[in-house]
Design a protein around this ligand. Structure first.
Ligand code: GAL
Length: 642
């Protein structure tokens, strides 16, 4: 695995660049990502390019032996460009334009902006595509960051109509598929269809789902256009893009199909603060990040990536600037996060950023260097990680235990129709992941189309639309299967299947969901140390009740190799179900102490101490210690030879 860093030469005096490049190489970094926000410096006036500074930067970095990841600068269209076509900006859900003065203000559907994106991409690719220092390209930056995938502009509306006509052919087909007879929502032609925002009460969920699919497709086609240009002018270079944490605004399986390497941006402390973690987790892991945050995304994006090639394009090196609270990581965490990415199969970890900027929006965001150019604490950690990675060499293939199946439209559907507060397919996925990892199990997160044959167990946490091929694959699958609630509960257009949920999985599970209810906090059915909470499916059929609450309500049904969890996957009930399923699947489990996580690969077993205290490794974890020790200090890594 390579180490790299995100660098903005345009932020620093020319005289400093050689020093920076030398220090990067001395730290053990071999990759440097540049250029992704530099449009106003590359093309200060329409059509007038100033390449000199970027040519220089490329030479300096290349001369220091660094491989350059060049970004296309389309996340930050300059002022003159926005002024030349003011309708290129996106409109938010309330119809308000997204103003100039930060980034990501463009609308993916604006034809003029698409031309500009192609023009600047081509100019850069022609200039640097054959340069020996340029090893890879990053398209744009974090599609969707700051909630920017959906735009409610007239460009988006017009493109949506074309997209709908292509999908449905006839307006009658759309009316039928969406159930538009309800509330007199029928259209006479595609030109009558509006965007689903600004309706009085909720729009038809089918309308929203179509708009989510359309918006995702717009991102994918925007990206595809850049990829085609880069492939033409820069053959042999990898093309990548940086995805985000807990973000589902577009279909990453679709986007990754056009990339060589899928990247993602790892900010474990910011994500802990911003997302759904309990107040006690937020305190306990404030300086480490929850032990499943980074690993979850490593495993998710490896599953999205073509040929499983993925990397961390931005790694948090210290306090960030954008969460509610921004603590510094415990000393050791930057190194731990780096080795953890290696353990999950990353090709690269690139720190964001080289030097903290004393100006503009991110002045409170740490880098490997302080604003004055002196080393910040993470620099030594990066150097140490580089030497450990060299000691380790290749980590070997990942070991496959459990596959979790996830599709982006599942999360769109639970967002569109949660039915109970906070019920989300993404978080059901995360909760299964966390529960499995606490048992020391290796988990892959894969799309519904994945080959399942190597796994001992498959879990489908929440998948309203079950593709026919997946239903077939599960029928043939030899291992254990766990199906979560709402799976198979809708067709491709958000209507219930004729045979009710679980639709095409009825033969596998031998049951029919006749009624579903969501449960407010405290409205629970207590079982033996667990409870049915948040959601309950009432079921008919010949499946066997496996876990029954004291009042007789069934939490989990079983039909041979397959289980159906009729309650929301959470707490002790979830632990009980997966412990049973792992046992039946013959998967060895090791309940891990709080804060400890492990990962097995062909050559090594990695242990990560995410807690703020020492951990003595359980006896079940064995092997010759290569790095670290059996008594693990806080924020430390121990590696065993297998
Ligand atoms: C990412 C983004 C970077 C930088 C970073 C700060 O979302 O790609 O450009 O803003 O966050 O943490």
């Amino acid at each position: 695995m390579q180490l790299g860093v995100c660098y903005y030469p345009e932020h620093w005096p020319r005289e400093r660049w050689e020093t920076d490049a030398r220090m990067m190489a001395e730290t053990g970094l071999s990759r440097v990502r540049i250029g992704e926000f530099a449009w106003s410096r590359i093309e200060p006036e329409p059509g007038q390019f100033n390449w000199q500074w970027l040519d220089d930067a490329v030479e300096v970095l290349h001369a220091a032996g660094l491989g350059i990841i060049m970004g296309t600068p389309t996340a930050t269209p300059p002022k003159w460009l926005c002024d030349s076509m003011p309708d290129m900006v996106a409109l938010d859900r309330h119809g308000r334009p997204r103003g100039f003065g930060s980034r990501r203000h463009y609308c993916f559907s604006h034809a003029g902006y698409r031309e500009q994106s192609a023009r600047i991409t081509r100019a850069m690719a022609e200039r640097y595509g054959a340069h020996p220092g340029v090893v890879s390209w990053q398209t744009d930056n974090e599609y969707g960051c700051h909630d920017t995938v959906q735009s409610f502009s007239t460009s988006a509306r017009d493109a949506f109509r074309v997209w709908l006509e292509r999908r449905y052919g006839q307006i009658e087909a759309l009316n039928r598929a969406w159930g538009n007879v309800f509330w007199s929502m029928e259209y006479r032609n595609f030109a009558e269809v509006e965007l689903p925002n600004l309706t009085v009460t909720e729009a038809n969920p089918a309308h929203w789902l179509a708009f989510r699919r359309f918006s995702s497709d717009q991102v994918v086609s925007f990206n595809k256009a850049q990829v085609a240009i880069l492939r033409e002018h820069s053959p042999g270079r990898d093309i990548t893009h940086n995805a985000m944490g807990f973000y589902t605004g577009y279909d990453h399986h679709d986007l990754a199909a056009d990339l060589d390497v899928l990247g993602w941006d790892s900010y474990p402390l910011g994500f802990l603060e911003q997302f759904r973690f309990s107040a006690s987790d937020k305190l306990e892991y404030a300086r480490q990040g929850h032990p499943d945050i980074a690993a979850f995304h490593h495993d998710l994006y490896r599953g999205c990536a073509r040929d499983k090639r993925w990397s961390v394009l931005e790694q948090q090196p210290g306090p960030v600037n954008w969460a509610r609270h921004n603590p510094a990581p415990l000393l050791g965490m930057v190194g731990l996060w780096t080795l953890e990415a290696a353990a999950h199969g990353a090709e690269m970890v690139s720190y964001f950023r080289w030097r903290q900027a004393p100006f503009a929006q991110e002045q409170m965001h740490a880098g490997l260097l302080r604003p004055d150019g002196a080393p910040a604490p993470a620099l030594a950690e990066a150097k140490d990680a580089a030497s450990k990675l060299e000691t380790l060499g290749p980590i070997g293939e990942t070991c496959r235990d459990v596959a979790l199946i996830f599709a982006y439209d599942a999360e769109w559907m639970t967002q569109i129709q949660p039915q109970g507060e906070g019920l989300s397919a993404l978080w059901a996925l995360f909760d299964f992941y966390r529960a499995l990892r606490r048992l020391g199990v290796n988990v892959d997160i894969v799309p519904p189309t994945a080959d399942l044959s190597d796994y001992a167990m498959v879990v489908v946490p929440c998948l309203p639309i079950v593709p026919t091929a997946l239903a077939k694959a599960l029928e043939q699958f030899q291992g254990q299967i766990v199906i979560g609630p709402r799976t198979g509960s809708r067709d491709a257009d958000f209507c219930m299947p004729d045979n009710l949920a679980p639709g095409s999985l009825s033969p596998l599970l031998n049951l029919t969901v006749t009624r579903s209810e969501s449960l407010a906090p405290g409205l629970e059915h207590a079982g033996d140390g667990w409870a049915i909470a948040r959601w309950l499916d009432h079921v008919e059929g010949d499946a066997e009740p496996e876990l029954t609450a004291v009042d007789g309500t069934v939490a989990c049904w079983r039909n041979g190799k397959a289980r159906y969890l009729a309650s929301w996957p959470q707490g002790a009930l979830l632990d009980e179900v997966i412990t049973r399923a792992c046992g039946d699947a013959g998967i060895a489990t090791t309940p891990l102490p709080e804060g400890l996580r492990i990962r097995r690969t062909g050559n090594y077993l990695f242990a990560f101490n995410y807690s703020a205290g020492e951990i003595a490794l359980p006896d079940a974890i064995e092997g010759e210690v290569m790095i670290g020790s059996r008594t693990m200090l806080p924020a430390s890594v121990t590696v065993f030879v297998r």
